[in-house]
Design a protein around this ligand. Structure first.
Ligand SMILES: [Zn+2]
Length: 276
């Protein structure tokens, strides 16, 4: 599932490829990634120009002229692909936006857990998908981070996955950040000392920045807008490495289930200090 670094990689690349372009035509299908009427969706996009592209949590926000905004969540398997030429429609392409200079972008999503929504730009901060999001992990201050986390019930891994607490982390980067901070994923969040929380704050920012530099992680099917892989998976210390030796101490990496998701950790580097 694309997380903050993958979405940021797409945003940065789209900024270079499509800003200022005029939308000539819009093709959409009837898949569940759209919840709005086809007619109003197409009408809201056609003839508009791409003004700006940004990210909030795992959402891509594409601002168009005339107060229109396109909000895209990539779900489990969504991807956005840019093409310089007129490409034929491929299976699982749910949205194709063609520009007047004959370039195009495609929204591709085999499992269709993604979401594509057209909103009025001035209402963007009123729609529930955005209002419920917690702070950005690369922007939150140390003191704000400690204030939020020191009172949270539940396990730290679950807390990190909660988009209302912090927006943008998923399974990969929360496991990597917990390893970096030497925190066991089952640790109760409100039992973490301030020093540990400060360490976690800095580990999260370090991991995310390195992952953005590497173009994200290509696990399952994530690819960038040119169809190329990210490279951060080669730097993973725990995620997806069950049974392999820890790169720091040599112990075998373990996998456990927390909130129906796999969690990877090193049993020696990430000791559970208080019983679960
Ligand atoms: Zn270890």
């Amino acid at each position: 599932m694309p997380e903050l670094p993958e979405v940021q990689t797409i945003v940065d690349a789209l900024k270079k490829s499509i800003i200022g372009k005029k939308i000539k035509s819009v093709d959409i299908d009837c898949s569940r990634v759209f919840s709005q009427s086809k007619v109003s969706f197409k009408k809201g996009l056609k003839g508009k120009k791409i003004k700006n592209i940004k990210r909030r949590g795992k959402f891509l926000i594409i601002d168009l002229t005339e107060n229109q905004t396109l909000l895209i969540h990539l779900g489990m398997t969504g991807g956005i692909f840019f093409s310089n030429k007129n490409q034929s429609h491929k299976k699982h392409d749910h949205l194709i936006i063609k520009f007047s200079d004959k370039t195009q972008i495609r929204y591709h999503d085999p499992r269709k857990f993604g979401k594509v929504i057209k909103v009025t730009s001035s209402n963007i901060n009123k729609i529930p998908e955005i209002t419920k999001l917690g702070p950005e992990p690369l922007e939150i201050s140390q003191s704000e981070f400690v204030d939020i986390f020191e009172n949270k019930k539940g396990r730290i891994k679950t807390t990190l996955l909660n988009q209302r607490v912090l927006a943008g982390l998923g399974n990969i980067y929360s496991d990597e950040a917990l390893f970096d901070a030497k925190i066991h994923p089952l640790t109760k969040t409100d039992r973490l000392k301030e020093k540990k929380l400060l360490q976690l704050h800095s580990s999260i920012q370090k991991i995310l920045k390195n992952a953005i530099k590497a173009g994200g992680s290509s696990i399952d099917d994530y690819l960038n807008i040119d169809g190329e892989m990210g490279l951060f998976q080669f730097q993973h210390k725990v995620y997806g490495r069950e049974g392999e030796p820890c790169k720091v101490c040599g112990a075998k990496i373990k996998r456990i289930r927390i909130s129906q998701r796999s969690s990877f950790y090193c049993p020696r580097c990430q000791k559970l200090s208080t019983p679960p």
